[in-house]
Design a protein around this ligand. Sequence first.
Ligand code: NAI
Ligand code: MG
Length: 352
Amino acid sequence: MKIAVLAGDGIGKEVTAEALKVLQAVVPKTVVLEVSHAPIGGAGVEAAGDPLPAATLELARRSDAILFGAAGEPGDEKLPFDMRPGASLLRLRKALGLFANFRPAFLFPELADASSLKREIVDGLDLMILRELTGDLYFGEPRGVTPEDGERVGINTMRYSESEVRRIGHAAFRAARLRNRKVCSVDKANVLEAMQLWREVMTDVGKEYPDVELTHMFVDAAAMLLMRNPRQFDVIVTGNVFGDILSDAAAMLTGSIGMLPSGSLGSGTLGLYEPVHGTAPDIAGKDIANPLAAILSVEMMMRLSFDLPEAADRIRRAVSSVLAEGYRTADIYQPGTRKVGTREMGEAVLAA
Ligand code: NAI
Ligand code: MG
C-alpha cells in the first residue's frame, strides 16, 4: 500500500499528522505500508518554486492513494493561476483525472446539538454529495480579466461535455446502488445551456439504472430543501461550482466543516482523500484545528481505495466513542464537554 502524504499549508500540516497516525494504526499487519511525504501549495513554492512540484506530481502518480491536507495562503488570488498555492490542488486533481469528488454529510448523534438546524431536522442525516471536479466554471475557457469598451471585464466559462457528464453520472448511480438507490441531479437547466445538456445526459444515463430513482432539481431549490428537509436526499450529483457551495452548506448540517471528509476518484484506482476544509490561516499553528475531517478521510480511503471495510469501521467507531466520551475541539465545543486540541483529539482517537 503506497501512500503519498501531501500535507500542504496551515492546519493541513496539523490535521494530516493526526490522520497519518490513525492510518498507520488501522492498516492490517499483513499489508506493507509505504508512506512518502512531498510538498504542495506554499510548501511546494518554498521547496521547488512551484505550488505543484514535478516530483510531487510524480510521487502522487506512483501511489495507490494520496492523503492530502490543505493548500493555500491569504492573498493567493493576486498571483497567476499556476503560481497560486491554493490552485495546486485543482492542478493535481486535473493532472490525475480525479473527476468524482465524494463528500458525505452524516451526523454523529453526539453532535446533533452542534448542527445549525434543529435536532428533529438533522437526526439520522446521511447523504452523499457527488461533485464533478474537473470541469465547469473553474476550468472552462475563455477565462481572465480583459479590457472591453473602456473598462475591465472578468470572464469565466461554464462548460460541460457529454462525456464529462456521463462519467460522473455513472459514478452517482453506482454509489446510489451501495446506499438507498436514490439520485438527485442538481442543475440550473432553466437558465444555462451547459446545464440543459447536463440534465439531458443524466436522464439518459439513468435509463441504464432502472433500479435507482432519479430526480432533477434546480440548485436554488436544492439549497432550500437541504436546509428544510435534508434527510430526503440520498445521493446528490452536481457540477463543480454548485457542488462546492452545496457541500459547504451541508457541512453546517453536521456541526462543523472540521468534521467533513472527502474522497476523489477517477477512472483508475488512484484516490485522493482530504478534509473538505482549507488551511484556516485564522487558527493555524495553535493546535486547535479539528483533525476529525482528516481522520475520517482515512476511513473513506480504507473503504473506497483499499476495500478494507473493517479498518474503516474501526476508525468510525473510534471517532464515535471519543465524541461519546465528550472530547471536543473548539469548533464543536459545547458547555459540559471536554475541550481538547488537535493533538489530544488525534491521540484520543488513536487510543480508542
Ligand atoms: P477554510 O476551510 O480554511 O476556513 C473556513 C473557516 O472554517 C475558518 O474560520 C476556519 O478557522 C474554520 N475551519 C476550517 N477547518 C477547520 C478545522 N479543521 N477545525 C476548526 N475550524 C476549521 O476556508 P477559507 O478560510 O475560505 O480558506 C483559507 C485558505 O484555504 C485559502 O487560502 C483557500 O484558498 C484555502 N482552501 C484550501 C482548500 C483545500 O486545500 N482543499 C479548500 C478551501 C480553501
Ligand atoms: Mg469549498
